[in-house]
Design a protein around this ligand. Sequence first.
Ligand code: FES
Length: 284
Amino acid sequence: MRAILTKIEQASALDRVGDRLQQGVQAVLRPQRVRDLLHGVWLGHPLHPAMVQVPVGSWISTAVLDLMPGQRRAATTLCAFGTISALPAAVAGLNDWAALSRDQRRIGLVHAASNSVGLVFYAGSVAARLTGRHRLGRTLGWLGLSAASTGAYLGGHLAYKQGAQVNQSISELHRMADGWHPVADLSTLPQRELITREVDDDVSVILYRHGDEVTVMLERCPHQSGPLGKGEVQEIGGHTCVVCPWHGSAFRLNGGEVVHGPSANDQQVLPTRVVDGVLETRLP
Ligand code: FES
């Protein structure tokens, strides 16, 4: 399996289809509000993995009911419910997929193709059950479950091996020792400018001073590790935010909450104190 997955990750032939699909998704899902809704910005976690629980759970339950006598009606209901609920989950997945890196998009494309095949089988299964052809409906359901399981496996690879839609910055904290660390002389920090510094010799943070308040925030973007220190400071919805230069995720500088995706995760802000004019920070 590993060899196959590596081949898919390196299959540049998929990019022709992938690049066109990406442009199509970005053109259709253009309004920022829609994209943020589908990314899960409002939830503070990616929405797609939560939404797929509904079709997957319904389809697995359908398969169990198909093995039991006298459960045709319940199986048909669950099969139809799972099939309908897969559509919004797929749209949320495509929205996330369009902001992934190229190797992730290749795996994501095959993930989407497997799930689409599964969806077609399940749509056929629902049609067969509703017209009284239950044996055919069961067979199509089993085929759909096989295809959707392949899709789920690839989704797991995308998240757990390739780190898609996983918070990419939080592991920085594991490299920071306990206790307070000096970051900068407060008097040298300019007002309302992003400054990048290293904490504990290794962990990159951004500093933003507003009056006597200084925000210390991890520099790597939670979406794909973009350099927030090279981002722009913008006023969004009445909040001062840093906007990632790579894909435009925006985070409030006074708390780290994500305001615009594709990141669905907040950015980590670190506690601060000033001792003898020196700004210090520590693990939260
Ligand atoms: S790396 Fe993608 S938005 Fe920052």
